[in-house]
Design a protein around this ligand. Structure first.
Ligand SMILES: Cc1cc2nc3c(=O)[nH]c(=O)nc-3n(C[C@H](O)[C@H](O)[C@H](O)COP(=O)(O)OP(=O)(O)OC[C@H]3O[C@@H](n4cnc5c(N)ncnc54)[C@H](O)[C@@H]3O)c2cc1C
Length: 439
């Protein structure tokens, strides 16, 4: 019998949409002129719109899709506090002082996003449960411990290394040497967070309209002439918040982003006691210490559901084929879940930058906040707010990322042609490693 990884009622809608489905916004005609046009209605665009509307600006947010239909309702809901690529490597290149400043931005982003959820009373299952990262051999253990110690000395990170025995209280996987536990990180329901942010931006006076692509921007003496799929208007200022979905509208930005595909799935309901025995710590989990990476968590409010994701890098495969790959990853990490199928499997686009830093500022009169490097839940929220403050001329808009060169990427039209090759190589390396360990 051929193996299947999807259930009969399988859908490619995100699990998150069960509780928070992005909703349309009516088809009222667009205004003839606005103070600020924000392109993109994910966390970044909505956060910018909220700050601008609270400052009294007339704001229109336009999105090609339904507001929130892109990465901001497709992610894992992990709320982290660090930059991609770690501290040590960056410190070797830039020195300790600059590295502390740059990582300080990620810590500020974390604090800002968590505070905002509180200030706006957004009901999104915010949980301060910490993040656990298993390591698989002594060399990885030592390297991770050294990196953590460096971060502990210079940043506000809390946690520590767990031995194999301590790990067993947290996570039941075979073959791990231990883990890093970062205590002061959180998780949310990403769809409910996006919905709350949208309601708050709208309540502050911003208009949020989906199904309306911005197709052309032309600079004029006083602002911009804007063309969209639903008509034209004038905007005094423009904010680009399109992250991985940046397209031909702004080719200068697209050439600076590496777009990558990430996939997540909801497992069919399993006995909550079994899941609890596999992930007793009920935290967020990332396994990126092997050649490819996976992430998982128990669904908030649904203890029978494990949500499991990975970077399959296989953008042109059918969902059923991707499900088989993800099922193999799941079975490798949790053998007792062998044969588990997925009810939901969805993908989204993530934008990386060559220097692994977010970028924000003004280019040719256009304000922008882009390049969240897979941490956009807190980072997008924060850089959206910051770019809005900059636009308002508020000195609090300053960030450690200001004035840095936005390096070109080797991708073609934002698509990393090398990603499927890298992923295939990574899978092969992992397979070799597993074969060598005899499991
Ligand atoms: C599977 C997956 C898991 C992830 N897990 C996490 C996680 O756990 N934690 C975390 O912090 N981050 C995570 N991320 C990344 C995170 O989701 C993104 O960084 C974040 O959502 C980016 O928000 P954004 O508002 O900048 O962009 P998006 O939410 O991607 O919004 C950009 C919007 O711009 C719109 N747009 C583009 N061009 C135009 C145009 N011309 N006209 C009108 N609209 C346009 C698009 O339609 C889109 O809606 C994950 C991503 C994926 C895909």
């Amino acid at each position: 019998m051929t193996k299947r990884a999807t259930t009969d009622d399988f859908t490619t809608d995100p699990w998150w949409w069960e509780a928070a489905r992005p909703w349309p916004s009516g088809d009222a005609p667009l205004p003839g002129a606005v103070d600020v046009l924000v392109v993109g209605a994910g966390y970044t665009g909505l956060s910018a719109a909220l700050t601008l509307a609270e400052a009294g600006r007339e704001v229109l947010v336009l999105d090609r899709l339904l507001p929130g239909e892109a990465a901001s309702s497709r992610n894992a809901g992990f709320v982290g506090r660090s930059l991609l690529g770690g501290f040590g490597q960056m410190a070797k290149k830039l020195g300790i002082a600059e590295t502390v400043t740059l990582h300080g931005g990620a810590e500020e982003a974390y604090d800002f996003a968590v505070d905002l959820m509180g200030r706006l009373s957004i009901d999104c299952h915010l949980a301060h449960r910490g993040r656990l990262l298993p390591v698989w051999n002594q060399a990885q253990y030592d390297q991770t411990a050294a990196e953590f110690e460096l971060q502990r000395r210079h940043l506000r990170i809390e946690g520590g290394m767990l031995s194999e025995r301590e790990l067993a209280q947290e996570l039941r996987v075979s073959g791990a040497r231990g883990a890093l536990l970062i205590e002061n990180t959180s998780s949310v329901h990403p769809g409910m967070y996006h919905a709350g942010l949208r309601r708050a931006a709208e309540a502050a006076g911003a208009r949020v309209t989906g199904g309306c692509a911005v197709t052309h921007l032309a600079r004029e003496a006083e602002g911009f002439a804007v063309r969209t799929g639903r008509g034209s208007f004038r905007a005094r200022e423009v904010v680009i918040a399109t992250n991985a979905y940046t397209g031909g509208l702004t080719p200068w930005f697209r050439r600076r982003l590496v777009r990558s595909n990430a996939t997540m799935a909801a497992c069919e309901a399993r006995d909550p006691a079994l899941l609890k025995s596999l992930v007793p710590g009920d935290r967020t989990y990332i396994d990126y210490s092997r050649y490819q990476f996976n992430f998982w968590r128990i669904a908030p409010d649904a203890p029978s559901r494990l949500l499991f994701g990975g970077q399959t890098g296989l953008m042109f495969k059918r969902p059923e084929e991707i499900a088989l790959l993800l099922q193999a990853d799941l079975e490798r990490i949790f053998p007792p879940l062998e044969g588990t199928r997925f009810t939901h499997l969805w993908s989204g686009e993530v934008a990386f930058t060559m220097d692994r830093l977010p970028h924000l500022g003004v280019h040719e009169g256009v304000h922008f906040a882009l390049g969240c490097n897979a941490a956009g839940l807190p980072m997008g929220t924060w850089i959206g707010h910051k770019v809005a403050l900059k636009l308002l001329g508020d000195p609090d808009g300053a960030t450690p990322y200001d004035g840095r060169r936005f390096p070109l990427s080797p991708s073609i039209l934002g698509y990393p042609w090398f990603m499927p090759l890298l992923t295939t190589w990574a899978r092969w390396q992992d397979w070799r490693g597993a074969a060598a360990r005899g499991h």
